[in-house]
Design a protein around this ligand. Sequence first.
Ligand code: ATP
Ligand code: MG
Length: 390
Amino acid sequence: MLTPIQELQRFAQGAVGVEGLGKLALIELKRQVDGHVGDTGKLSKEHFAVWAASQDLAVLIPAAEAIITKSGIAGAAQPTPSGDSSDELAGVLRKVLSRPAGVDEAAVNAIIERKLAVALQGLAPHRIVVSQAGEVTLTDCVHPMFESVLREIAAGNNVLLVGPAGTGKTTLAGHVAQALKRQHSILHFSGGMSEADITGRLLPVKEGMTFDFVESDALRCYSEGNALITFDEIDRADSNTLTCAHAPLSNGHWFVQARFKAPLVDRGENVGFIATANTWGSGADRMYVGANQLDAATLNRWNTQIEIDYNCKLEEQLATAYALPVIHLAQIWEIRQRMQEANLRRIVSTRNIISAARSLQAGTSWEQILIQTITPGWTHQERVTVGVAK
Ligand SMILES: Nc1ncnc2c1ncn2[C@@H]1O[C@H](COP(=O)(O)OP(=O)(O)OP(=O)(O)O)[C@@H](O)[C@H]1O
Ligand SMILES: [Mg+2]
């Protein structure tokens, strides 16, 4: 896959027209154009050249001329053709390149906004029809696997989401609850948790300090119904403790001994379960050293298991939402790619991308962000490998 900058370079070389540019390349083009409009509100040839040079896109200028020639527009006096946006852009570029230079910012924006609107079509809002919830509209960016997970939960399956850190698994579970209009309870699993954390505990809450059963939020949701219960980071749990959470996954009731007055809890209507994990339940590996091996009986109850990986489409949308310039997103992707190729024991996650965007907004320099947010704690040699250090 080409990075947006590579796309722009191909555009610059005349290998692809503006119609062939992807959304990110267009956003970057627009951002660069926006950022180089002078005080007069006109985009000057000099500004354009400075930008092109600063982006190692100096070839853009002759290429623009090539596009202009190809589209058959001759001479600066030629009126901007309407209709085809390639020709229209060529017309605007022609004006940029003509002397005295100057182009109407609105003209550039109008073309690129229109291209963007087409490119962004179908991304948001996201409409999905689910039998139980009717039509669902989510305005948030969702992971491309969202729809599959939603359908599985609506169909009554227990869904295990597996993927590296920070891909959006926990967020996706929240989106499913939101879309199905269900209450959402999350159990954060760890090796040290007890059965009481899952179901509830006896506490001296009654008059005279006598004990009564205080149910967990998950148990309350289970009995009330219309709920999604997320077993977050299930591969961090002690595999034996997890046994007490087997019953609700496969039976219509949950027998909770500590609820001594009425231990049998019936399952309410429309209760679904999602679990998240970094591993497939086979135990710790060199990255996820805190993961535990899961019992086969536990794994068998998660009848749909879906991989959630880093997704460029989602990251593009988040980068736009968090105002992270595409050029920086492209660099992060490149770091990730080199990291994977070199088999480094490191992670560059969607979470890191959002943190980088936040730091940039707060005024931190990009060089500093690359060190402290994208490659924190990496060795110099690792940074050299991914191109962050020399
Ligand atoms: N669809 C999304 N919309 C907005 N933010 C998102 C989305 N997906 C992920 N994020 C953000 O990315 C970060 C990582 O997401 P999340 O915590 O869901 O990942 P995870 O896969 O559960 O990670 P881990 O395996 O480490 O628990 C969070 O800051 C979250 O807010
Ligand atoms: Mg998570």
